[in-house]
Design a protein around this ligand. Structure first.
Ligand code: BTN
Length: 249
């Protein structure tokens, strides 16, 4: 079994893994009891209350993993969640989230590492946050539609055990062929065919039909005027009327 490093308090497990990249083996995973500066995508903060959730960073020492690393993180999180709950409405929301129904339960932030004194990428840190034991009040305080295993099932999860299964799933899926990984990630994406809006980093928002996911993992949208537009990143929302749910996601 690959190394599993358990920390008490750390700024961010991603930062720790990047700073200690040379000493960490391929397949090593760092988990923390709490993070003081947990990072989300697009410069957002990842709320990391002590002893409640999974805060993990998995080390992939492969120069060619940039494209599929987020898919690996999503699939491993999804499969681990599936083995810890009976919930059938777990799915991947493009690009890097796992949802339970209409609420986010896990997120993935991948960061690349470059060899010192060069700009050559020699690996990726796959950062994963999974909400396990946060209560409704704690989740509501974050201010975005999110949930946890506890909220969904009423059952507390054993964090150490979840971390071990997550690492096993990460090791397994990361050894698979890129096409296979892409196929699973794409199959678990649920919004294809729906009317969605994508908000880009610069605030620009585009609305259209989520037509398909390209081989590069881009969201391809059919716009008014019948032309396609491709997005490599962005925040996706879907109207309640177009989804079997009560609120926008
Ligand atoms: C997102 O959905 O915005 C991505 C969230 C990723 C959070 C995890 S928690 C462990 C790792 N360390 C961090 O600082 N961030 C990631």
């Amino acid at each position: 079994m690959s190394e599993l490093i358990r920390l008490e308090t750390v700024d961010s497990t991603n930062l720790y893994a990047l700073q200690n990249f040379a000493e960490l083996a391929d397949g090593a995973m760092v988990v923390a009891y709490t993070q003081t500066e947990g990072k989300g995508r697009r410069g957002r903060k990842w709320v990391s209350p002590p002893g409640k959730n999974i805060y993990a960073s998995f080390v992939l020492k492969r120069a060619d993993a940039s494209k599929c690393a987020p898919w690996i993180g999503c699939i491993a999180s999804l499969n681990t969640l599936k083995s810890f709950t009976e919930k059938s409405d777990l799915w991947i929301k493009w690009p890097n989230d796992v949802f339970c129904g209409t609420k986010k339960i896990a997120g993935v932030l991948c960061e690349s590492h470059s060899a010192p004194a060069s700009n050559v990428i020699d690996g990726i840190v796959v950062g994963i946050g999974v909400n396990l034991n946060m209560t409704m009040e704690e989740v509501e305080a974050i201010g975005v539609p999110a949930t946890s295993i506890l909220i969904e099932t009423g059952v507390q999860s054993e964090i150490a055990e979840f971390a071990e299964v997550l690492q096993r799933n990460l090791l397994k899926i990361s050894k698979a062929d890129e096409k296979f990984i892409y196929g699973i990630w794409k199959k678990e994406n649920r919004l294809i065919g729906k009317k969605v809006s994508v908000q880009m980093e610069n605030g620009e928002k585009s609305t259209g039909i989520f037509k398909y996911i390209s081989d590069e993992g881009n969201l391809v949208m059919l716009m008014d005027g019948n032309f396609e537009r491709s997005f490599s990143s962005g925040d996706v929302s879907v109207e309640a009327s177009d989804f079997p749910a009560h609120s926008s996601i």
